[in-house]
Design a protein around this ligand. Structure first.
Ligand code: NAD
Length: 288
């Protein structure tokens, strides 16, 4: 199946780190994009943030001012979920919680047209389970971008048990048309990358808990000597500890409490304290 036409309307729900990035990617590919968030003003704020970021690229001579203006003009904050009725594709990027996502998908099923594809950017939750309570689970699939979405090439196209192959093929082709490197995967806990990445976070957190070294030294070692782009502590500060902890809990529970995926009490403390990382100004490091 071919990619969605670039004039097709895209809706992104959740204007946080991922939703804003996905909206930017779709708008850069030429789509009109509506961005919705239950937090008042969040969608408009995210669009202003995208404009500011693209402005820096214009200042650096890497982007035409006219192109920046065209991308920003394609982004619209939506006031109500009902405003997304005409979308060809809805990408959900809200909190990593199965019940909350299921509630949203039930609302979307009632609002969106029959041809609309319902995609989730979930990092770890079961697409099969997310879709199971819907009348038409076959039009649901995972469209999992990485952080930051405008920069990271990989996109996991996740098929649940009921996902229609035509839908996952269309998402694959669309992600490719958006300049990404998609990969097909089935809905296993954490899919591919978040499954493989769990031991990276978990062992780093265990080393910290056992007092082997401090965050900065461990990050520097992994980054500078180990060849990783980022160390585990700076990376989880970027991801958000609320999100990363929820993903670990989800994978741990999905594997019936397998010790390999056990969540870290150090990370739980950060979440309990509201120290989510960069987005809250403090995590393992201070960003004030
Ligand atoms: P975030 O906390 O930055 O943003 C989530 C946004 O969703 C917030 O603005 C919040 O107000 C909004 N929201 C919450 N419930 C809502 C609802 N019912 N309806 C509309 N808006 C709602 O989170 P994020 O980091 O952008 O993560 C979003 C999703 O993307 C999660 O499923 C997460 O697992 C996944 N993800 C995150 C990363 C990452 O590195 N942070 C990477 C890939 C995927």
């Amino acid at each position: 199946m071919s990619a969605l036409h670039k004039d097709a309307a895209i809706a992104v729900i959740g204007a946080g780190a991922m939703g804003a990035g996905i909206a930017q990617v779709a708008a850069q590919a030429g789509h009109p994009v509506a961005l919705y968030d239950t937090r008042e003003g969040a969608a408009a704020q995210a669009i202003a943030g995208i404009a500011k970021q693209l402005g820096k690229r214009v200042d650096a001579g890497k982007l035409d001012a006219a192109e920046r203006d065209a991308v920003v003009a394609r982004l619209t904050p939506a006031a109500r979920l009902e405003d997304l009725a005409g979308s060809a594709l809805v990408v959900e990027a809200i909190v990593e919680n199965l019940e909350v996502k299921r509630g949203l998908f039930a609302q979307l099923e009632a609002i969106c047209g029959d041809d609309c594809i319902l995609a989730s950017n979930t990092s770890s939750l079961s697409i099969t389970s997310l879709a199971a309570t819907l009348k038409r689970p076959e039009r649901v699939a995972g469209l999992h971008f990485f952080n930051p979405a405008p920069v990271m090439a990989l996109v996991e196209i996740v098929a649940g048990l009921a996902s229609d192959k035509a839908i996952t093929d269309c998402l694959y082709a669309t992600a490719k048309a958006w300049g990404k490197k998609p990969v097909h995967t089935k809905s296993t806990p954490g899919f591919i990358v978040n499954r493989v990445a769990r031991p990276f976070y978990a062992e780093s957190l265990r080393l910290l808990q056992e007092g082997a070294s401090d965050c900065a030294s461990l990050d520097a070692l992994l980054r500078d000597a180990g060849g990783f782009r980022m160390g585990a502590f700076e990376l989880t500060d970027l991801i958000g500890h609320d999100v990363n902890y929820a993903v670990t809990c989800s994978v741990f529970n999905a594997y019936y409490g397998d010790f390999r995926f056990q969540p870290s009490l150090i990370q739980k403390e950060l979440v309990d304290a509201g120290r989510f990382g960069r987005k809250s100004g403090r995590g393992f490091y201070d960003y004030a």
